[in-house]
Design a protein around this ligand. Sequence first.
Ligand SMILES: Cc1ncc(COP(=O)(O)O)c(C=O)c1O
Length: 388
Amino acid sequence: MDEQGLRGRLTEYSGRIQPSGIRALEFMASRSKDLITFGPGRPDDRCFPVDRIQEAYASIFGTPATAADALQYAPTEGSLALRSWLVRREQALGRRCELDNVLITSGSQQAIHLITRLLAEPGRDILVQAPTYSGALQIFQANGANVRRLDARPDPSSRPAFIYAMADFQNPTGACLTLKDRQALVERARQLDTILVEDNAYETLRFDGDPLPSLMDVDGGSPDDGRTVYLGSFSKCAAPGLRLGWVVGPRALVARLALIKQTEDLQASTLSQNVMAHLADFVFGQHVDALRQSYRMRRDLTLDALEKHVGNKARWERPAGGFFVWLQLAEDIDSTALLSKAIEAGVAYVPGASFFPDGSGSNTLRLSYSTVEPGRLEEGIARLGALL
Ligand SMILES: Cc1ncc(COP(=O)(O)O)c(C=O)c1O
């Protein structure tokens, strides 16, 4: 059956799903030789803990009982081993957390989707930072939500379904909220009597300075104390191919999310969860230390190259962690229109407009330094500088 044959058969939901601009960029980039791409927000292939993953698999398949356990169905909420590990981690961070506060998801992308299905009827408002993570915008728009900017004038007649925010090394800007901004955001959620969804996918990748309290910490400190739902991901610190993320939140809400998850995929992969339970201590210890060094070096090379080759042709801030630098160009430069020329010139980025709910931001762009070979970073930025 071709596209024509599908006409009149599809749900409204499927019709609202917009293809991801970043995936389209990956396609263009794959056809271009000698391209230096600052496009995808992926971890570096060379940073995967391959040996440890191999050891975990060997151990799991080393006895019939552990092999059977990994190949069997597991509870929707997640395997006991991995949830217990997360509970211990939360407790070590000083939060009162029990198994009922934790749900393992198939990546944090699924967690954003589950929360949207749980809380946002079509037509309801969701408040977001502008710019924000384009993968979340795709979900909100597919579900028919009204996506509104947190910095826009509030609509007093509306109680939003939730606020979606990143406090650390935000995708796409790399920025962190100040303590005052965190307090203001929690206060805003309280005033609006709405849920606060804190997406902290890059939490472990801090290069400079001390961590600030998470939104959950500001909002009472423990998952049952406040209105914050915390989303974590194993993708950036371990490997996205395992497809694992987690939710920590009020137990009543987590139980509802689990019910929705059951209708979607029953559970996250048992095998991935058991592998992750083996790896977790190593990943969140030695491995993230090595990751921080590697990504910090790339961040520094990128910033030096920007000073040297872009200078006053753009403005940017120094990210304290994560994968991204955000560029503000002159008002009259449209980064979407410029992209094909950039690819011809051998450099790719993600146009900033894809991160705004209202189509603004045409003179902005996101650079991700995470996958560019360190020896090629300066050349890539030099190509961009020449183009600007
Ligand atoms: C801010 C943010 N949230 C969530 C995700 C989804 O991550 P995953 O589903 O791999 O855990 C990403 C991926 O890039 C992201 O940048």
